[in-house]
Design a protein around this ligand. Structure first.
Ligand code: AMP
Length: 424
């Protein structure tokens, strides 16, 4: 089946100006995801594609969108034709840069000096919008309408609420890195946006990994469209393995958690850790307790200024800061590519939150570690999480920290007694 796929860009039915841009970028042959996705997208079908960053997935949706839009159509003010939703600002910028590069010969102003064999069609416009910068310039760019808008979910919702753009002329929706969108807690925002889109549109969903959340998101798209099933496309990254996260828990008494954490950081020589804690003041307190024990850590929560949070994140990403204590809510927007370890200093209440948190590590074939501190009062939460995972989390004992209040040994699908006894 794969052998029958075309192996050259020219057989993918892309117009000359697009082929010229592909050559200018140095792409020689289409990658597997491009070979599989481009013909399906050009046929107007929805797709659900499993492909990691580095497989050429961006061009696999950008190229057919440009080809479909190449016929040209006048946009009304504040309207967009394609919407690409992506989890991070960096990705939004990268994607928009690729869009601009791939449609460079479709833009006006080049007809005087470019190859006369290239027919120029109508100009296509693109724009990236994301948070952390002023909205005004983005609003102004939207006034005339934009063919291809690349956006992070929060800023897109803000702009929508401010009526800076309207979706009634939208033709194509791309959800990029859907699994990361789930990990980063953006799915509610994405849902709110999808609700506002016209039902008659093409849906293209890309994810590095597939899981129930991603499928449920894809299903919600199809429901909205009321159309036949999307085509599923999978390609494997050539060098990378499936993500691998080692999960384990340590039972602990509440009052010794901070000493236990310091002990682990030192005894196991941790290179890095994102430490999740329930409360803001708890985060500040823990960071200062770690500092007192000679471990440089920062607290990351909603009460810190935006500038401070940006600085802390940049230091954490560069490796200058090794230990970050974050509240679950503040940490939602944190995106660190290669995180080796997360610690649930406080176990989250919802299994979904646990899954989001541990998904921060073990990305793109790297191994990662997720360590949870479990006190007696967390037992029910632990059982709910294990039921959701469908396996028991391995327990480790730390000899220096024997527990006084033991946590029962969990069994899978444990039902609290009061519920189990209820008559039918
Ligand atoms: P992506 O998976 O979309 O993040 O793309 C990874 C990198 O591959 C980007 O730098 C693209 O510019 C590049 N790329 C995309 N398609 C091709 C291709 N067919 N041949 C060579 N490089 C490509």
């Amino acid at each position: 089946m794969t052998n029958s796929a075309p192996a050259s860009f020219s057989s993918l039915q892309l117009c000359d100006p697009i082929l010229k841009a592909i050559t200018a970028l140095g792409y020689k042959t289409p990658t597997p995801i491009q070979q599989k996705a481009i013909p399906v997208i050009l046929s107007g079908k929805d797709i659900i594609a499993t492909a990691q960053t580095g497989t050429g997935k961006t061009a696999s949706f950008v190229l057919p969108i440009l080809e479909m839009f190449n016929q040209g159509r006048k946009l009304r003010g504040k309207r967009i034709r394609a919407l690409i939703i992506t989890p991070t600002r960096e990705l939004a910028v990268q994607i928009e840069t690729q869009v601009a590069a791939l449609c460079q010969y479709l833009q006006p102003g080049l007809d005087n000096n470019s190859d006369s064999s290239i027919k120029l069609t109508s100009p296509l416009t693109s724009l990236a919008v994301y948070g952390g910068v002023d909205t005004q310039a983005q609003k102004e760019r939207l006034i005339e309408g934009v063919d291809i808008l690349v956006a992070t979910p929060g800023r897109l919702l803000d702009l929508t609420h401010q009526r800076a753009l309207h979706f009634d002329e939208l033709e194509v929706l791309v959800i990029d890195e859907a699994d990361r969108m789930v990990d980063m807690g953006f799915i509610d925002d994405v849902d709110k946006i999808v609700e506002r889109l016209p039902k008659n549109r093409q849906n293209l969903l890309f994810s590095a990994t597939m899981n129930d959340y991603v499928y449920s998101l894809a299903n919600r798209f199809s429901d909205a469209k009321g159309a036949e099933d999307a085509t599923e496309i999978t390609v494997k990254a050539n060098t990378k393995q499936a993500p691998s996260i080692k999960q384990w828990l340590i039972t602990v008494d509440k009052d010794t958690k901070s000493a236990l954490l310091s002990h682990l950081i030192k005894a196991q020589n941790w290179d890095q850790a994102l430490i999740f804690i329930e409360k803001k003041h708890g985060a500040a307190k823990l960071a200062s307790q770690l500092e007192k024990r000679g471990i440089k850590a920062e607290a990351f929560h909603g009460d810190r200024s935006q500038a401070m949070r940006e600085k802390i994140l940049a230091d954490f990403k560069s490796g200058e800061l090794k230990y970050l204590v974050a509240t679950g809510v503040a940490a939602r927007g944190i995106d660190i590519g290669q995180l080796s370890r997360v610690v649930n200093y406080d176990l989250p209440f919802k299994p979904e939150e646990y899954i989001h948190r541990i998904g921060r590590t073990g990305r793109a074939g790297n191994t990662g570690e997720a360590i949870s501190f479990v006190a007696m009062g967390d037992f029910k939460n632990l059982c709910a999480i294990e039921s959701r995972l469908n396996h028991i989390i391995e327990r480790k004992e730390i000899a220096e920290f024997p527990v006084r209040k033991t946590v029962p040994i969990s069994i899978l699908n444990y039902v609290p007694k009061n519920k189990a006894k209820r008559p039918n």
